[in-house]
Design a protein around this ligand. Structure first.
Ligand SMILES: C[S@@+](CC[C@H](N)C(=O)[O-])C[C@H]1O[C@@H](n2cnc3c(N)ncnc32)[C@H](O)[C@@H]1O
Length: 262
């Protein structure tokens, strides 16, 4: 089990969908043009958010392979999506050698690479390059968090949160905010064409539930890696929740990356 619950993934899905770069999604569709029945593998698929955001733009003949190590999330994906053109694969991606890439035309992943280590990304890029497969890596957290109403502790809290993002999430020390930059340089050295675009969450009053969950979710990681007291963190959270109640906005920086073989 990964610790990503279905409630959190459902809550973030509309914000993710709105934030995804339309330009990169269009390039992706063009890249697959001409393939009668492309095969797309989505890694770290969760409940299938990438599939839901892209599949309507691909030919109806496209086949999808959804991969995750969390059986609960795969079951939910299957319940939501069904079976006709989609298959579900429980795999621990730390064992990359077990990933069968033969016949795959494109690998996709959303909100995934910031959990991964540099070594994992290197190894994946090497395998993709050896099969000349492109990668669409969306919604990589990039370390930028800002609020419409500043608080004196914001800087300290965001930098502690970003330190925690670099801790081991199962793959070794995570890339966290460096994920997109790391993928960029790995692909560049293998002659891929790379495009990067902003996919920042811009959350307002209409995203209150997501803002609350995100704010509450910052507290434990920050407490784990900083000297800030629980009282200080609770006071900051109270301030943030009050501002949110008054219509406060929150931006969380993400970037999308598309790397296509030349
Ligand atoms: C932030 S969630 C994103 C899920 C989905 N892509 C989305 O955008 O909603 C990260 C996903 O990576 C999966 N994951 C994390 N470590 C994994 C591993 N070692 N092997 C396979 N999947 C993993 C989790 O189970 C989770 O579904």
């Amino acid at each position: 089990m990964s610790g990503f619950d279905t409630g959190w993934l459902a809550l973030r899905e509309p914000a993710d969908k709105a934030a995804r770069s339309k330009v990169l999604a269009t390039e992706l569709v063009t890249h697959l043009d001409g393939l009668a029945a492309p095969t797309i593998m989505d890694i770290g698929c969760g409940t299938g958010s990438t599939y839901r955001s892209l599949s309507s733009r691909f030919p109806a003949t496209a086949r999808w392979q959804l991969v995750d190590y969390d059986q609960r999330l795969l079951h939910e994906a299957e319940r939501l999506i069904g079976g006709a053109m989609v298959s579900y694969h429980q795999k621990d991606l730390t064992n990359l050698a077990s990933l069968e890439l033969e016949g795959v035309n494109l690998v996709t992943a959303s909100a995934f690479f910031d959990l991964c280590s540099g070594d994992f990304c290197e190894h994946l890029v090497e395998r993709l390059a050896s099969h000349k497969i492109g990668l669409y890596a969306a919604l990589n957290y990039d370390g930028r968090i800002s609020w419409s109403d500043p608080h004196e502790r914001d800087g300290e809290i965001v930098s502690a949160f970003n330190r925690h993002q670099r801790s081991d999430k199962g793959f070794g020390a995570a890339l966290g905010p460096q994920a997109a930059a790391h993928l960029d340089s790995s692909f560049a050295s293998r002659g891929y064409r790379i495009a990067i675009a902003d996919s920042t969450w811009r959350l307002d009053r209409s995203h209150s539930a997501l803002q609350v969950a995100f704010l509450r979710g910052m507290i434990s990681p920050v407490a784990e890696v900083s000297n800030l007291s629980r009282n200080t963190l609770e006071a900051w959270l109270d301030f943030r929740l009050a501002k949110l109640h008054d219509g406060g906005r929150l931006d969380v920086g993400h970037v999308d990356l598309l790397a296509l073989p030349l």
